[in-house]
Design a binder for this molecule. Structure first.
Ligand SMILES: *Cc1c(COP(=O)(O)O)cnc(C)c1O
Length: 423
């Protein structure tokens, strides 16, 4: 079947993400979304198990968000944030400060997750410079971590994910170590901090779940101990909640499960519920105060052109309305229970290494995926949009997914594994 004309015309001119363009299979032309459905140009409808890279937490085209964007579009789609401020951004900052734990109350807006992490790194390094401490210019991050695709964030990703070898000589050198999950690795981390802590500006971690690195889970005790070590060695602690923030792990923010307040937190992905690009770097007061000075060089010299875009902030405010008025965290708990029960069918199947669920994240880890294209095609043939990567097939549905839609997603995963489509 022929695709739409714009597909044929445009494919020779587009460069797709994470794609070897020489061997790329034709991507699916999407023309419309609604709820958990993605409508394709040929009339097929796929049930979305991924919520567009974990963003569309209330499903697509939620009327409340659409109305907020339309109203803002009529008033002021954008205005520069240098020298001017506006209600959507200041209201959003106020609301984020109110729902974030502790004194995480100072918000710097950017336009993508990677940039929010870049700003966090820049803040952490400048924090020490402003305080007259020299030499603290490296980050301590973890294998399995993912913090973005820009050069500064690649350098704090898992070495493989961040392609440290390919870009060696270009990327700054940070400490990338195993995430400490047992006594021995905690001791190793403590040794590193005691020997090299005075070179380290901050520890950077995705709390509870390392997402793009493979949906790897850890317990709240890991975060509590990182907080303790950060305090003991006087380094800052940054939580990258770009994936985990806004309910995904079962609490509004993953750090709540450990009762730990990081010094800096990054947010994006579900911040605008998947409608507009927006990110935030939020700091505690003591971090912000290190930038207050008579010396102009102590200011944070950063300001993306589209920072605090009013349309995006209006989306985020409307999304927070929905978290306040609709039972999102109960829905996450229900999704969690249903995925736990239904993905159990995969355990014990050939090629299945692990089945795990946390909040609205369900993962089936395989020994190997031999033919990724065949697996993806098999899932699409079953009418679901699920994007396996590395050795995992996972679900991060909208929190508004209906039980029967979720069952279609979980049973499609069990079926492709049973059919050997992944083997
Ligand atoms: C997606 C992601 C990023 C990068 O966000 P972009 O908007 O894609 O730049 C950073 N950190 C984590 C934890 C993420 O999941």
């Amino acid at each position: 079947m022929r695709g739409p004309q714009w597909l044929d015309d445009g494919m020779p001119h587009i460069w797709l993400p994470y794609t070897q363009m020489q061997t790329v299979l034709p991507p699916l032309p999407a023309v419309r979304t609604s709820g958990c459905d993605i409508h394709l140009a040929d009339g097929r409808v796929l049930v979305d198990g991924i919520a567009s890279w974990w963003t569309a937490c209330h499903g697509y085209n939620h009327p409340h968000i659409r109305e907020a964007v339309s109203a803002q579009l009529g008033r002021m789609p954008h205005v520069m944030f240098g020298g001017l401020v506006h209600e959507p951004a200041l209201t959003l900052a106020t609301r984020l400060a109110a729902i974030l734990p502790g004194d995480l109350e100072r918000v710097f807006f950017t336009d993508s997750g990677s940039v929010a992490v870049e700003v966090a790194i820049k803040m952490a390094i400048q924090y020490w410079i402003n305080r007259g401490v020299s030499g603290r210019n490296r980050l301590l991050a973890f294998r399995g971590g993912y913090h973005g695709d820009t050069l500064a964030t690649m350098a704090v990703c898992d070495p493989e994910e961040g392609m440290h070898a390919l870009f060696s000589g270009v990327l700054p050198q940070h400490y990338i170590v195993d995430l400490p999950r047992d006594e021995a690795s905690f001791r190793a981390l403590e040794t590193l901090l005691s020997e090299s802590g005075d070179e380290i500006a901050a520890i950077l971690v995705e709390p509870m779940i390392q997402g793009a690195g493979g949906m790897l889970f850890h317990g709240p005790d890991v975060l509590r101990r990182l907080r303790t070590l950060a305090d003991r060695y006087g380094v800052l602690l940054i939580f990258d909640e770009i994936f985990t923030g806004f309910g995904r792990t079962g609490t509004m923010f993953a750090c709540e499960q450990a009762d730990v307040v990081p010094d800096i937190m990054t947010l994006s992905k579900a911040l605008t519920a998947g409608t507009m690009a927006l990110a935030a770097t939020v700091t505690r007061s003591h971090v912000f105060e290190a930038f207050l000075s008579d010396n102009p060089l102590h200011a944070l010299m950063h300001g993306p052109t589209f920072m605090a875009n009013p349309l995006a902030c209006a989306c985020a405010n409307a999304s927070l309305d929905l978290f306040a008025t609709e039972p999102r965290l109960q829905q996450v708990a229900r999704i969690s229970a249903q995925m736990t029960e239904e993905l159990e069918a995969c355990r014990g199947l050939p090629n299945v290494r692990d089945v795990r669920v946390m909040g609205a994240v369900g993962v089936v880890e395989l020994d190997a995926i031999a033919d990724m294209n065949r697996l993806k095609a098999a899932l699409i043939a079953l009418g679901v949009w699920v994007r396996p990567f590395r050795t995992i097939i996972y679900l991060t549905p909208a929190f508004t997914v209906r039980p029967e839609e979720l069952s279609r997603l979980t049973s499609a995963i069990a079926q492709v594994i049973r059919d050997g489509a992944a083997g």
